[in-house]
Design a protein around this ligand. Sequence first.
Ligand code: NAD
Length: 323
Amino acid sequence: MKIKVSVIGCGGIASAHIARLAILKDDVEFTAFCDVVKEKAEAKANQYGGKVYTDFREMFDKEKFDACFICVPPFAHQGQEELCIEKNIPFFVEKPIHLDLKKARGIAKKVEEKKLLTSVGYVLRNFEIIEKAREIIKNEKIAIVRGKYYGQVPGGEGSWLIKKEFSGGQLIEQATHTVDMMRYFAGDVAEVFAYKFEGINNKIYKGYDVEDASIVVMKFKNGVIGNLTCTWLWNGYHSGVEVVGKGIIINYEGNTLTIDRGNKKEIFVDSIDPMLEEDKRFIEAIKKSKPELIKSSYADALKTLEVTLKSHISMLEGKPVEI
Ligand SMILES: NC(=O)c1ccc[n+]([C@@H]2O[C@H](COP(=O)([O-])OP(=O)(O)OC[C@H]3O[C@@H](n4cnc5c(N)ncnc54)[C@H](O)[C@@H]3O)[C@@H](O)[C@H]2O)c1
């Protein structure tokens, strides 16, 4: 049996998922593509087959499908998840899952009530080296977790990413991957305290109204302490997480894991495509009714969202915020 998939939002990340779902052609067929820009949905339908919609509500009314990929920008979560829940359709949603914590909590509650299968695009969790790191961390005395996310201003002028009301800013939109990885390694966060730096990019890019850089200090529920440093002032891309414990430094960057024990250093390089793995797991979880195959559920992603949104509140209020 093939899983019938519909896709909402046919931009950059949707294209990446669609290409991978096409690889899984023995298990997947496309029912419909929806984008507010009709040409984008049409381009996908022409290439992969399926109907074209510009209004997701109409698509839910007219089509029958087994899974939905929600790949819209953060500001555009306008009821897609709620319709999936109402119609019992398992959904994959890209990070960040929302900009409104209250609404995201409401969605999580309904997902839980219906025991609906969900997956969220915290794609790094799908690397094999990440599970290897977690296995090692489990057996070590860990004290510190440090994250970094350095990038260039994405999209430039005119992009939704540089507007707070559309993206939430770098920490909420992009460094959410790093926050999620810090949580995946060190557990749940208890409290955050954040500072922001601004005033450079807004003089270069018209309409830029988010921070240029931020630092978040975190206290984890298990006592581990951590910090995250982010900036959009860099010219390239650099991100990673380092975990420090008694006699060990575990460093993760890109597809590489380094285990440094002072007198011995091991390096592991992952060659898998984590997004193909992520999509495969979601489709298989639906086919076999096995939610345990999924690395990031909506309920879990909600915790990462809360850390980033509350860090943002801390930046504005200048005081620690409990999670
Ligand atoms: N997991 C990852 O590594 C990763 C990488 C890139 C982007 N993303 C996430 O994916 C999401 C989308 O990012 P993107 O880079 O694809 O953006 P994009 O701007 O390239 O594409 C978004 C698409 O959604 C469409 N859209 C907007 N509102 C819509 C609506 N109401 N109904 C239907 N279509 C709508 C737009 O027209 C556009 O085609 C963001 O939340 C982003 O953070 C995740």
